[in-house]
Design a protein around this ligand. Structure first.
Ligand code: HSE
Length: 437
């Protein structure tokens, strides 16, 4: 057997500790599969005294992850610190610049600096591997980069944030408040350190930017993503969706269109019969539409120590085998800078919930504003008005839910702006896009 692979791990939180346990538990199998033993030679974390429930053995301790990245004690640097700047970025750059392969789970870093880091890895002829950065334990990076190399991909979309899916699933099933579900997700360790990254859609966007590059051979362009979070979703929306035959999921969607790449993250109505609608709790799912394979959906654990460690260890095993793929599937110079498709040009069906002053002519006015823009309505549902007055109104606003057939974002926004201006609508309209299979 050839020499051991000496691994340095920076960041000993849930994932870091799980990686050490998994490397230990699978040591014999990994040595057999890769032809080398894999040894945790050095580690770094903020607090040396913290009890982590792992045996660090003879690993050398570094207080500074950048010093670890530069050290001759290791052959491979594993970055599990997190954050798109600071020590994580500095350590990854240092490791690559000193000719060491890097394995990272850091989606924020890749979304922001992925191209520069891939160029650095390329120039140093070392691996930059990031299977754990998207969808936890689901091997979606390898699937897109290697498994589907013979396909032309037209769309990739999925549930990429376990915390949001957990919150929406529990709200829907148990009629619990958003806040109660978020607190539970934090207690279970699914949420990011700052949960606005999860619920605001930013974590999903980071992951989507990586998938888009791999799927379409384009330069990572996280700035192009239209982002909406789940904080505006109410129990009323979840119930209305249910009545209409849909579920609401936070999706990241990337689609190639004739005039550019559309990348968007937003709460989405998906038909209850679809594969993605069955995915509940912290589970993630990614669906790929491609010419040869047609439709492929991968479902699995999107967060949590062991699941994410599974992806980190797979990348470590690749390095042990001497595998060095182009990080985003193509040499960086060949990654296309694709035109961005503006969200206003998005086409699809819409769910619109309006809080309407219950007066004669209100429904007719809203329908007129839609019809003026050739928006065709699939369904209109008015929710239980209060006790009627002598003029036929109930006094309090009523909830009106509309479903449209396919139309454009621009038309929907214009129609709603006009209807709000007409004075029948009491609150900001709720708009949720519908994604068809
Ligand atoms: N906070 C993330 C999630 C963890 O909830 O999916 C994995 O990236």
């Amino acid at each position: 057997m050839s020499t051991s692979l000496r691994v340095g791990i920076a960041g000993l939180g849930t994932v870091g500790a799980s990686v050490i346990r998994l490397l230990d538990r699978q040591a014999a199998a990994l040595a057999a599969r890769t032809g080398r033993s894999i040894k945790v030679a050095a580690v770094s974390a903020r607090d040396r005294s913290r009890e982590r429930g792992v045996d660090l053995g003879s690993a050398v301790w570094f207080d500074d992850p950048v010093a670890l990245a530069a050290s001759d004690e290791i052959d491979l640097f594993v970055e599990l610190v997190g954050g798109d700047e600071g020590p994580a970025r500095a350590a990854v750059e240092t490791a690559l610049a000193s000719g060491k392969p890097v394995v990272t789970a850091n989606k924020a870093l890749l979304a922001k600096h992925g191209m520069a880091l891939a160029r650095l890895a390329e120039s140093q002829r070392v691996a930059l591997a990031f299977e754990a950065s998207v969808a936890g334990g689901i091997p979606i990076v390898k699937t897109l980069r290697e498994g589907l190399a013979g396909n032309e991909i037209s769309r990739v979309y999925g549930i990429l944030n376990g915390t949001c899916n957990y919150i929406l699933s529990r709200m829907e099933r148990e009629s619990l408040s958003f806040e109660a579900c978020l607190a539970e997700a934090q207690r279970l360790g699914y949420a990011e350190a700052d949960p606005t990254f999860d619920i605001g859609g930013f974590d999903t966007a980071h992951k989507l930017s990586i998938l888009t590059s791999l799927a379409f051979g384009t330069a990572v362009d996280a700035e192009a993503i239209h982002i909406e979070g789940i904080n505006t979703i109410t129990l009323d929306d979840l119930r209305s969706a249910d009545e209409l035959g849909y579920r609401i999921k936070l999706l990241g969607v990337a689609q190639r269109t004739a005039d550019g790449i559309e990348q968007r993250v937003h709460p989405t109505m998906v038909p209850k019969s679809s594969a993605i609608a069955q995915v509940m709790g912290v589970t993630n799912a990614v669906t790929i539409d491609a010419d040869a394979v047609k439709e492929l959906t991968l479902v699995g654990p999107g967060a949590g120590g062991e699941a994410t460690a599974s992806a980190v260890v797979a990348d470590i095993a690749d390095v042990a085998r001497g595998i060095r793929s182009a990080p985003f599937g193509l040499p960086t110079a060949a990654l296309e800078v694709a035109p961005r498709r503006a969200m206003q040009r998005h086409e699809g069906g819409y769910y619109i919930r309006l809080s309407v002053h219950d007066r004669p002519g209100a429904a007719a006015n809203i329908a007129m504003r839609m019809a003026e823009r050739q928006i065709s309505l699939e369904s209109i549902m008015q929710k239980s008005p209060g006790r009627a007055r002598s003029d036929g109104s109930s006094g309090a606003p009523v909830q009106v839910v509309l479903l449209t057939y396919a139309t454009s974002e621009a038309k929907v926004r214009e129609a709603l702006e006009a209807a709000v201006g007409d004075g029948y609508i009491a609150e900001k309209p709720q708009v949720i896009r519908i994604e068809r299979e």
